[in-house]
Design a binder for this molecule. Structure first.
Ligand code: SAM
Length: 225
């Protein structure tokens, strides 16, 4: 017990060291698709230990998903990095995220993009993430509680859209809210079945192309749609 206690991170410097290790591990396990430097810089900056329940802060920098309450999870850092990288976000971009959860992914996007809009369907999670993002100074991240299937029409169109819950199909309202030339990443497939992370691109002429990226395991996109 004493041994365990001695190695519990408690100072900012301990968390910084663990975060640097996490970044190295993400890079080392990315195989032939290492995320770009902007994505890795964002992963190195966002304090993941502030986005998980306090009891889990000591293990926040492991390359694993973690529970955040209400049966939901904060995604594995490797997947966060890969999904962010696939969107090829520029600093002038406006990005929509579906599934705010803890707010961690929104913060990573907020480190790169000009503006991030994020929607969460579970009210207590959405409210907690909103307060957290505000207190950490992410003034360019706006959140709301609602069914993300319908997107955020008042803020559309978006340069990029990230869906962080598994859907059975690409929601047509999200396709509509994607700019020509824009990219969307979305896990497709049923719970407890093989799901695939898909990259959906809307060409300048409006044609939609899709590409299967990797098998993944996400909680389902819920709601009345
Ligand atoms: N991006 C989150 C983070 O960084 O912590 C993790 C997302 S978690 C894997 C998926 C989230 O999607 C859950 O919080 C869940 O409540 C939310 N969700 C599921 N269906 C939704 C919907 N229709 N609209 C908005 N959020 C939804």
């Amino acid at each position: 017990f004493l041994y365990f206690c001695c190695f519990l991170p408690s100072h900012a410097a301990d968390f910084d060291a663990l975060r640097n290790k996490m970044v190295e591990e993400v890079l080392a396990t990315s195989g032939s698709s290492p995320p770009g430097p902007e994505v890795m810089a964002a992963m190195g900056k966002v304090e993941r230990h502030r986005f998980v329940p306090a009891l889990l802060a000591p293990v926040a920098y492991r390359n694993h998903p973690l529970p955040i309450g209400h049966g939901q999870t904060i995604s594995q850092p490797l997947i966060v990095a890969r999904m962010t990288d696939l969107l090829k976000i520029k600093e002038s971009d406006k990005v929509l995220e579906i599934g705010t959860g803890s707010g961690y992914q929104a913060a990573v996007l907020g480190e790169i993009a000009k503006a991030v809009y994020s929607i969460e369907i579970i009210e207590p999670l959405g409210k907690l993430a909103e307060e957290r993002l505000k207190s950490l100074g992410y003034g360019n991240v706006k959140t709301k509680v609602g069914d993300g299937y319908y997107g955020w029409p008042e803020a559309a169109p978006f340069d990029a859209i990230m869906v962080t819950a598994a859907a059975s199909h690409v929601p047509p309202p999200l396709l509509k809210q994607l700019k020509p030339g824009g990219r969307m990443v979305i896990p497709l497939g049923a719970s407890f079945m093989t799901q695939y992370l898909m990259l959906v691109e809307k060409r300048q002429d409006g044609l939609i192309t899709t590409r299967q990226i990797v098998p993944v395991s996400f909680v389902p996109l819920t709601g009345g749609h």
